[in-house]
Write a protein that binds this ligand. Structure first.
Ligand code: ATP
Length: 422
């Protein structure tokens, strides 16, 4: 039933999408003059595409392509989006990350035109989108279910939106062929969707969504139906395609690894608000709260109280036993209750006692997960807290194997943890 609903929604969207009719003008990224929102972006320069060194949000002169300004969306008593502001830049691969029900899909649907803000404005290329129907927006959406037309061939599925737009036949043929090449499906154009693997179907859906050269492509959990290995491979393909075309991609996912892999920037959402936004490394290495630290990756949170300062570090008291020292960038006053967030891979696990009296804890190994490339050790500290420590399996046989029941020491540097006040 869900699929049917999505299918009909997509059909409506596909049928009506018409980039050429979009009335907006936009300034380009340097603010030099006007550019009509009628065609896709130019491909990235090769150096930029290869290195993905791309951070327009740090440039105060850069003009955002998409702007959510103080947007609220209510459904009866439910506030799905709560006074949210967000700028997204041309050519960006942007990810909305958050647990089920946090408002990701609602935000995306407002950009596509399937929902209207209760308050605030959504702008694209400087134009307020209020009153602009979905088919007049240079935005296309690719749904989780793919919603391919089962009776049509691969080529016809890709050509569908182009035929609706009555493009000349030669151009349709050319675009379909370019799309087949882009998604590596050459030779499969005559097959029907049920003659394809899940990954191939996903690529047809992507080709269909991109064939009309939207300025913005919205991807709603696009890889959810793929198995892990195929999903990882497809993530790289998505990044490649996005860099090649220069289209702005906005992906909605609750899979943090996926967001970290593909996106230039991630917004972590909670209850209709953005709680942190930044490049994947920033979100992972510098989470701003317990919520973000716990949502993105594995983390150990050690509750502590600030007992003093020493230069750029704070000294912490906790149930761990040894005094803790952690580098901080903000001014945290003594007696503040904090959490020290420590990623498992930042913790050293040894049988021998390390030569330090700070940032060290004793415990017993209560579980080991062998993951091939690394092993995760669950260590119950004397305080009772169970902490995870990761150890890469760099040699085939660990020099000093650690077994369940072993007494071990965990230690870390003052730079390893992040002190969280929220
Ligand atoms: P998921 O990952 O499960 O898709 P999400 O983060 O995309 O979740 P939304 O679908 O945007 O979340 O929903 C946000 C909130 O708004 C939820 O509480 C949801 O129940 C509510 N909501 C969304 N659409 C409607 C609607 N049409 N009518 C009533 N409530 C709605």
């Amino acid at each position: 039933m869900d699929n049917l609903v999505l299918d009909s929604r997509l059909r409506g969207n596909e049928r009506m999408l018409s980039i050429a009719n979009f009335p907006a003008n936009t300034r380009d990224a340097r603010g030099e003059g006007q550019q009509r929102l009628t065609s896709r972006s130019e491909p990235l320069p090769a150096s930029e595409a290869a290195g993905r060194e791309f951070s327009p949000w740090t440039d105060p002169a850069a003009v955002p392509l998409i702007r959510f300004q103080n947007v609220t969306r209510r459904f009866g008593d439910v506030t799905a989006i709560d006074g949210l502001s967000l700028d997204i830049y041309e050519r960006e691969f942007f990810a909305l990350l958050g647990p089920s029900g946090c408002g990701k899909t609602t935000l995306m649907r407002m950009l596509a035109g399937f929902e209207t803000p209760s308050e605030g404005r959504v702008l694209l290329g400087g134009q307020d989108l209020a009153g602009v129907p979905p088919y007049r927006r240079p935005v296309n959406i690719m749904f989780q279910s793919y919603a391919l037309f089962p009776h049509m061939t691969v080529a016809d599925n890709i050509a569908f939106g182009l035929k609706q737009e009555s493009l000349p036949r030669a151009e349709i043929v050319e675009r379909v062929s370019a799309m087949l090449k882009l998604v590596h499906l050459e030779g499969m154009e005559r097959r029907k969707p049920d003659q394809l693997s899940g990954g191939q179907r996903q690529r047809v859906a992507l080709a269909r969504a991109l064939a009309k050269r939207p300025k913005v492509l919205l991807l709603d959990e696009p890889l959810a139906a793929l198995d892990r290995k195929l999903r990882e491979q497809t993530q790289f393909e998505l990044m490649d395609i996005q860099a090649t075309l220069g289209t702005t991609f906005m992906i909605v996912t609750h899979d943090q690894e996926e967001a970290m892999t593909v996106a230039d920037r991630i917004a972590v959402m909670d209850h209709g608000r953005i709680v942190q936004m930044g490049a994947p490394t920033e979100i992972y290495e510098q989470p701003s709260s317990r919520y973000v630290a716990e949502f993105v990756g594995n983390v150990n949170l050690i509750e502590a109280t600030v007992s003093g300062r020493d230069g750029g570090a704070v000294l912490l008291e906790s149930t761990i036993g040894s005094p803790l020292r952690a580098i901080v960038t903000e001014n945290i006053v003594p007696q503040t209750k904090v959490a020290l967030a420590l990623r498992p891979e930042k913790i050293r696990i040894t049988v021998r006692k390390p030569d330090t009296t700070e940032n060290v804890a004793r415990g017993e190994v209560v579980g080991i997960a062998y993951l091939g490339d690394l092993s995760i050790y669950q260590v119950r500290l004397e305080s009772g807290q169970v902490v995870k420590a990761a150890r890469p399996n760099v040699t085939r046989v660990a020099e000093q194997p650690i077994a369940r029941g072993d007494k071990v020491f965990l230690s870390w540097t003052p730079e390893a943890g992040v002190v969280l006040t929220r």
